[in-house]
Design a protein around this ligand. Structure first.
Ligand code: CMP
Length: 139
């Protein structure tokens, strides 16, 4: 089915001028950006967005990394966009990521892993709403 998913190009990738290369991977694999913006997340935004990880030992480091410098947030649309995006990204830990995936090619570590993507339809809806209003999504 045609789906929408939420994506972040994380600070480590934006700093290394990889925005274009990462968006090319999405487009080459059937995902079209239907909304995008470059933002510098506030601490409150990062803590809210990652609230599900609040009790994890890496939470503080995760928030610090996400607010260190700007990110690109996007809504990606395509057939099975949620699962497809996860395939294109590769495993969370780049050490486990398959050849040809974004994280295999670009990620530095499990924390600085270049991209975030929604893991399920419900989280995709919530994450899209967290950063975008309906009128910012342009099909
Ligand atoms: P992301 O998809 O953005 O969701 C949570 C993030 O926490 C994850 O990608 C990783 O970048 C980060 N993280 C840092 N350490 C860990 C860890 N040990 N296990 C899982 N995620 C981690």
């Amino acid at each position: 089915a045609l789906e929408r998913t939420f994506s972040i190009i994380k600070p480590d990738a934006v700093r290394r001028n990889l925005i274009g290369k990462i968006i090319a991977k999405f487009e080459e694999n059937g995902l079209r950006p239907v909304a995008m913006k470059k933002i510098h997340m506030t601490r409150e935004q990062a803590e809210g967005f990652y609230a599900v990880h609040k009790e994890r030992p890496f939470f503080t480091e995760l928030v610090e990394q996400m607010i260190a410098s700007p990110v690109v947030v996007q809504v990606l649309e395509g057939e099975n966009a949620i699962a497809r995006n996860r395939e294109i990204m590769g495993a969370t830990n780049p050490a486990n990521a398959d050849e040809g995936t974004i994280r295999k090619e670009f990620a530095l570590s499990v924390g600085e892993n270049s991209v975030h993507g929604s893991d399920a339809p419900e989280t995709a809806r919530e994450e899209i709403k967290f950063f975008f209003t309906d009128d910012e999504i342009v099909g």
